[in-house]
Structure formats: structure tokens, C-alpha cells
Design a protein around this ligand. Structure first.
Ligand SMILES: Cc1ncc(C[n+]2csc(CCOP(=O)(O)OP(=O)(O)O)c2C)c(N)n1
Length: 573
């Protein structure tokens, strides 16, 4: 189909011309009645790659994985009704983790909206609380400007998901195509430059502190502020702890890294938070998995909070000095304002004592296969440089402890929503973005089954993803809570009788697959997986069933209640 006239185009043509203007490379999608006109046009388009998924939830996680790995906006295209509602979990996930995606949903014709028409769902209403913004396009004349706004809103300020609902008649209508150069939105002006006086004050406070700590979140990675962070931390010899989303913002191999803080964070990172005198939060949001009991969180510290989103300030923890701005700019300014580095010698001595007091450990001598061993071996073989996409559960927390991320945009996980079924499709999105490093998807046997259909997508597009399946035959993290906090009532968490033969499942979908329960096989299998580039490969590691992730600070508790190992039954008596 050729453009209708010089500049006159159908809505479907305008849609693709607008995506071209936004330099979109990939669209993760699934067709249906309400978007047939778009797919009709797509049939003849060569310079945009449409990735056919197997379920629309998969499409949204792929867009997230692509966005997180590349720093670009991920794009989804689905039909109305069930196609649209299937995207809801992925949209909520992107909202919680501030991931820039734009989701285009088909809608029934404008004249039928509100009539309970076939495959009608009020997706704008449904997603209002879980999108940064959403639009229903009522007139084809608004289509191009709406798409421009959608990409702008998704990718600026604190990033997030934007949904654009496209009624069937709008897509079929015709108008002149003109793509706006600029976006002007009243009331939406993300503040990039922090207040100069506040930055000066922060520099003064940090210079004279004795026990400063940098608490780094995903915002540092999103604003590409890792160089500024490294410079600032090194020049001032300040320890750095990271949130789950912040891992990779500062090299975990550097002696100044304390690793992750919070519920499953390191003992020394949590002790440092509890004892620091100045806490500098950079692109992090003080979420409950980090703070534990809020009234007792870092009570000894003067708190500085740098964030681009003003609604984050004082939301969970009241701070002493807020700085609203892009963390990249603020960190550069802060570095320039520092007259002298703080004296942190004693502070480091104390932190290093905590490191020795309670190191991360696991049993590596009884001949049994353990997740920590698999992850440490993977870390050694890839030197902390692979792109690791995890699911949700115990394996996810072990990754945060045993994989030493050295690069930003290398750790992709569902943190805020904690969505099982995230890793498999998100690794597909990441694999389209990343070609020069291995992409490794790590899932538990529970979460792996939640979007298992997307193995077909990975196989069809011959993506060289390494799927590592950590099979403990349990919904491991829930089992752990049942053991620790619910009287050992293992209610519906044992999957040993119902799990499928994962190797056969993978093979049926065209994927090379292996399984082992022996530590002796780990090196060889990882070598084979890392060398294999003809398509995806799956390795199932049958690990010890009842292992638990330590340390753990129970939900809503403090460092005083930290549990560092499984209690010996004799100790409990
Ligand atoms: C969609 C969804 N449903 C339920 C949960 C609750 N949940 C959190 S962790 C977990 C267990 C995960 O088990 P598995 O995938 O086997 O990973 P493991 O903890 O064993 O590493 C469950 C059920 C969730 N996070 N997401």
C-alpha cells in the first residue's frame, strides 16, 4: 500500500511513519481484529522488525528487557480486549521499575466504545493507575502528536510506561501527516538541574562527615550517571551500597562496593546504613525491602535525597536535604562543589570488620549442587560482564549476592512488582538489544513455567540466550517464608510431583537442552552454553531442595533481627 497522496495518509501509515521518526527498531506484538489495518500495512514494511510473541504479557516484558538493556524505549503492539488486558502485568511491572515502554493497543471503533462491543475493554481506565500516562486517540489528526508525546513522556524525567489506545476507525481514517518537532506539555517539565544552593550544602555536609554512605538506585543507571558516580565515590573514598535495581551502577568487584542493602543485602551494607552519619540517596526510593522497619531506618544519619521525581521525596522516609534533578547533573555539580574529601579512614576500618564478621557463605564441600556454586562459576567465566536477566525468588537474591556486576545495564530484573515469569521474555528483549555480551536468563522452576511459551519465540528468532533453570522442585522463596515464619506448613509450594520434564519441553520447542544434579558438570555445561551461538540453549540445574537465602532481615524488622543462618533444631529447643 502506497501513501494515500503526497502527505495524506491513513492512521495505519501515520503510525509507522511516526515510529520511524522515533527511530524504533523493534515492535513486540501480536495481531487481532482491532489492529488488522496496522498489520496489513506492516506486511509491506521492511525497515521495522516486528517480533511475533506467543502471549501479550511476553511482549511487554520483552519491551522492558529491550529498554533496560539498550536505554531506548521498548514498543508493544496488541489488539483490543484480551490482547490489551494481557499486557497489564507487564505495564504494572514497568511502572514500578520506571521502565520506558510505549504500549499501543487496538480499540473497538469509536462509535461502539461503551457498548460492550466484541473485544472491548476500557484499557485506558484499567491502566490509569499503572501508567505514567495514557491516551485514547479520538481523531486521526491527533495520532502523530500523541505518539510524539507518548515517547517523550515515557523516556524523560522518571521513565515509565505510556499506553496509546487506537480505535479501529481512527486507524482507517485519513489526514495529512506532519510529525511535530517538539513537545510542549503544560504541567510536565522534568527538572534536570538540581538547586545550586542545595548541592552546595550537600557538598559541605559530605566534606565534614566521618561516616558517609552512598545509597545507589536504578536512577543512576537510567540517567547514565555511572561515570559520575565512580568518579565521585573514588575521589572521596566513600563506600557505595546498591539496591537491586542499582546493581552494576558501581563495580561490585571494587573494594568500595558494599554490595546490595536491604532484606537480603550483605550484613556489612546494612550495618553501614544503620551507622552512617550522612546517607546520600542517589536515584533510589527508600522502598520497604530496603528500609525494613521505617522508624528505625538509618536513624543516625543526615539524609540527602537526589531524585528526578519530586513525588519520591519524603514519600517513605523524611529527608533532611532533598535535591530534585537528574542524578547525572547533580553528581557532576556535587563533585565540583567538594572542597575536600571526608576523612573516612576509621569508617573503612569499621566496615571491613563487619565484612569479616559475617561474610556470604555456602556449603561447597558436601558434593551437592547449589545455586550459589552455579552463579559463582558463571561469574568467574563471564568476569561479571554478562547481561543477567533474573526471575523472582531465591535465585534472584542469590544472583544479587554471587554475581559481581561490573557494568551498568547488565542486571535486568523485576524488582518493584516482583513478577514471576519476567526473566524468560525479558531476556528475549535484551537479546535483541545486546550483541557483544552473553545474555543469560536465570529462573526458578516456578517462574520459568509462567511464560514458558516464549521459548518458542527465542527459538524461532535463533537468539543465543543461555537459559539457566534453577530447579529446586519448590516455589523456593515462598517455601523459605513457610519454614521461617509460617510454622513449616509447606502449603502448595512443592512442585516435585507436578513439574514437567524441562529438557523434553525445551527440545519440543526446538531448543538444545541439558540437565544435571552434579557440581562436577557445572563448568563444562556453562562453557558449552557460553560458546553456543546458533540459538538458545537451556541448562537445568537440579539443586538442593530446601536451601535458604541468608542473610535475611524479616519484613518490617531491623538489622537487630537479622537471620544469618538456618537455626540448628537443637538451638531452637
Ligand atoms: C506472578 C507471581 N505470582 C506469585 C508470586 C509470589 N512468589 C514470590 S517468589 C515465589 C516462588 C518462586 O519460585 P521459583 O520460581 O521456583 O523460584 P525460587 O524461589 O525457587 O528460586 C512466589 C510464588 C510472584 N512473585 N509473582
Amino acid at each position: 500500500m502506497k501513501p494515500t497522496s503526497n502527505k495524506m495518509m491513513t492512521g495505519a501509515e501515520i503510525f509507522f511513519e511516526s515510529l520511524k521518526k522515533e527511530k524504533v527498531e523493534y515492535v513486540f506484538g501480536y495481531p487481532g481484529g482491532a489492529v488488522l489495518k496496522i498489520y496489513e500495512r506492516l506486511y509491506d514494511i521492511k525497515d521495522l522488525k516486528h517480533i511475533l510473541v506467543r502471549h501479550e504479557q511476553g511482549a511487554t516484558h520483552m519491551a522492558e528487557g529491550y529498554a533496560k538493556a539498550s536505554g531506548k524505549v521498548g514498543v508493544v503492539l496488541v489488539t483490543s480486549g484480551p490482547g490489551a488486558t494481557n499486557t497489564v502485568t507487564g505495564i504494572a511491572d514497568a511502572y514500578m521499575d520506571s521502565v520506558p515502554i510505549v504500549v499501543f493497543t487496538g480499540q473497538v471503533p469509536s462509535t461502539l466504545i461503551g457498548n460492550d462491543a466484541f473485544q472491548e475493554a476500557d484499557i485506558v481506565g484499567i491502566t490509569r493507575p499503572i501508567t505514567k500516562h495514557n491516551f485514547l486517540v479520538r481523531d486521526v489528526k491527533e495520532l502523530a502528536s500523541t505518539i510524539k508525546k507518548a515517547f517523550y513522556i515515557a523516556s524523560t524525567g522518571r521513565p515509565g510506561p505510556v499506553l496509546v489506545d487506537l480505535p479501529k476507525d481512527v486507524i482507517a481514517s485519513v489526514c495529512e501527516f506532519e510529525y511535530p518537532e517538539k513537545v510542549e506539555l503544560r504541567g510536565y517539565n522534568p527538572n534536570f538541574v538540581g538547586h545550586q544552593n542545595s548541592i552546595k550544602k550537600a557538598a559541605e555536609v559530605i566534606s565534614v562527615s566521618k561516616k558517609p554512605l552512598l545509597y545507589v538506585g536504578g536512577g543512576v543507571i537510567m540517567s547514565d550517571a555511572y561515570r559520575e558516580l565512580r568518579l565521585f565515590a573514588k575521589e572521596n573514598n566513600i563506600p557505595v551500597t546498591m539496591t537491586l535495581q542499582g546493581l552494576g551502577a558501581f563495580p561490585m568487584t571494587d573494594s568500595q562496593s558494599l554490595g546490595m542493602l536491604g532484606m537480603h543485602g550483605t550484613y556489612w551494607a546494612n550495618m553501614a546504613v544503620n551507622n552512617c552519619d550522612v546517607l546520600v540517596s542517589l536515584g533510589a526510593r527508600f522502598d520497604d525491602r530496603v528500609t525494613g522497619k521505617i522508624d528505625e531506618f538509618a536513624t543516625r544519619s543526615y539524609k540527602i535525597h537526589v531524585d528526578i521525581d519530586p513525588t519520591c521525596i519524603d514519600k517513605n522516609v523524611v529527608v533532611d536535604l532533598p535535591i530534585v534533578g537528574d542524578v547525572k547533573h547533580v553528581l557532576a555539580e556535587l563533585a565540583a562543589e567538594m572542597n575536600s574529601a571526608p576523612d573516612t579512614k576509621d569508617w573503612w576500618e569499621q566496615i571491613n570488620k563487619w565484612r569479616e564478621e559475617c561474610p556470604l557463605e555456602y556449603n561447597n564441600s558436601d558434593g551437592k549442587l547449589r545455586t550459589e556454586y552455579v552463579l559463582s562459576t558463571l561469574n568467574n567465566k563471564t568476569e561479571g560482564k554478562a547481561v543477567i536477566v533474573t526471575d523472582v525468588g531465591q535465585h534472584q537474591m542469590w544472583v544479587s549476592q554471587y554475581y559481581k556486576f561490573t557494568e551498568p545495564r547488565s542486571h535486568i530484573t523485576s524488582g518493584g512488582l516482583g513478577t514471576m515469569g519476567f526473566s524468560l521474555p525479558a531476556s528475549i528483549g535484551a537479546s535483541f538489544a545486546i550483541k557483544d555480551r552473553p545474555v543469560v536468563s536465570i529462573s526458578g522452576d516456578g517462574g520459568f513455567q509462567m511464560n514458558i511459551q516464549e521459548l518458542i519465540t527465542a527459538a524461532y528468532y535463533k537468539l543465543p540466550i543461555k537459559f539457566l533453570l534453577i530447579n529446586n522442585s519448590f516455589l523456593g522463596m515462598v517455601r523459605q517464608w513457610q519454614e521461617l515464619f509460617h510454622n513449616e506448613k509447606y502449603s502448595f509450594t512443592d512442585l516435585s510431583d507436578s513439574n514437567p520434564d524441562f529438557v523434553k519441553v525445551a527440545e519440543a520447542m526446538g531448543i538444545k537442552a541439558y540437565s544435571t544434579d552434579s557440581p562436577k558438570d557445572v563448568e563444562g555445561l556453562l562453557d558449552e552454553a557460553l560458546a553456543y551461538d546458533k540459538g538458545p540453549i537451556l541448562i537445568e540445574f537440579k539443586v538442593v531442595k530446601e536451601d535458604m537465602v541468608f542473610p535475611i532481615i524479616p519484613a518490617g524488622k531491623t538489622i537487630k533481627e537479622i537471620i544469618t543462618k538456618r537455626l540448628d533444631p537443637k538451638e531452637m529447643m
